[in-house]
Design a binder for this molecule. Structure first.
Ligand SMILES: Cc1cc2nc3c(=O)[nH]c(=O)nc-3n(C[C@H](O)[C@H](O)[C@H](O)COP(=O)(O)OP(=O)(O)OC[C@H]3O[C@@H](n4cnc5c(N)ncnc54)[C@H](O)[C@@H]3O)c2cc1C
Length: 252
């Protein structure tokens, strides 16, 4: 089929890669350049944190997250960057004054999904063995089934892949005005496809009611003296703080 995709951010790219595997021909539209940075996917910390979000999310989000973690390795393999994903679990800890809250948080997870029974409590020694640089913490939990994707690398390499693919036409800097069944409107023109997908993220705000974005800020740090190898969450009563390791001693 000839398929039109409006919005080539994180979801548009995942979709495009899957459709190409099935042999379809694609026309992509994005208001930004292929290597631009307006997509949320360019900012994302890339945590595959299905448990960490469960406290405030529905179980359907948890189930989608589980499926997503299974799919990332083969998707990254298609781009030849299998090392852009690590699935060696994550850590959640807290300052001493917030430890009761941490126990409560884990209790909530365990009451919500059966899989949370695999979350392990860590004492000082176990923490030091798993992540030596967290030695100052006396208590933490290890969540085995979480991980992270290098979202920025995925975005960069998928741009190269899609731009060079013979079954892909990518219209850069084209604002889509409307997506409806079988057609995409842009610059006063209407293009017809066998199928169309609207993956404009928040860009579809005018057409889709109650669409809301993920709120957050990412700070990049050069931290040559810190070695944390897994995504680590600091439970805090007011903020969600995550440390996400990056190549070359960077962290976000
Ligand atoms: C600070 C921050 C941290 C995050 N951390 C994580 C995390 O750790 N783990 C996680 O799972 N998620 C995280 N997210 C969420 C994740 O980034 C988003 O869920 C994901 O990027 C959504 O993908 P998307 O394709 O829907 O939107 P986007 O990635 O924003 O892509 C939308 C695309 O549509 C294009 N577009 C918009 N309007 C139009 C138009 N009218 N015409 C043509 N093109 C258009 C945009 O240019 C863009 O390229 C984070 C988000 C933020 C902001």
């Amino acid at each position: 089929m000839h398929i039109g995709i409006a919005g080539v951010g994180l979801v548009g790219r995942v979709l495009a890669l899957n459709l190409l595997q099935k042999g379809h021909t694609l026309t992509l539209f994005d208001v930004d350049k292929a290597y631009g940075d307006t997509a949320a996917g360019m900012t994302a910390a890339g945590m595959l944190a299905l448990f960490a979000e469960l406290e405030s999310a529905e179980s359907s989000i948890f189930n989608a997250g589980k499926r997503s973690i299974e799919l990332w390795p083969s998707l990254l393999g298609q781009l030849d960057i299998s090392d852009a994903c690590q699935l060696k679990g994550s850590i959640i800890t807290a300052h001493p004054q917030d430890l009761t809250e941490l126990d409560h948080f884990i209790g909530t997870l365990k009451s919500k999904v059966e899989e949370a029974s695999s979350i392990e409590v860590l004492g000082k020694e176990e923490i030091s063995a798993l992540e030596p640089d967290l030695y100052q913490h006396s208590k933490a939990f290890y969540i085995p089934h979480e991980g992270q994707v290098d979202a920025q690398r995925f975005m960069k390499v998928s741009s190269d892949y899609l731009l060079n693919h013979s079954n892909v036409t990518w219209h850069e800097e084209k604002k889509v005005d409307k997506v409806s069944s079988g057609s995409i409107m842009f610059e006063g023109k209407r293009e017809v496809y066998d199928w169309v997908f609207d993956t404009r993220g928040l860009g579809a705000n005018d057409e889709i009611e109650n669409l809301r974005g993920v709120r957050g800020e990412v700070i990049w740090l050069d931290a040559p003296e810190v070695n944390i190898s897994r995504p680590t969450r600091m439970l805090h009563p007011r903020y969600k703080i995550y440390i996400v390791p990056r190549p070359n001693n960077r962290t976000s």
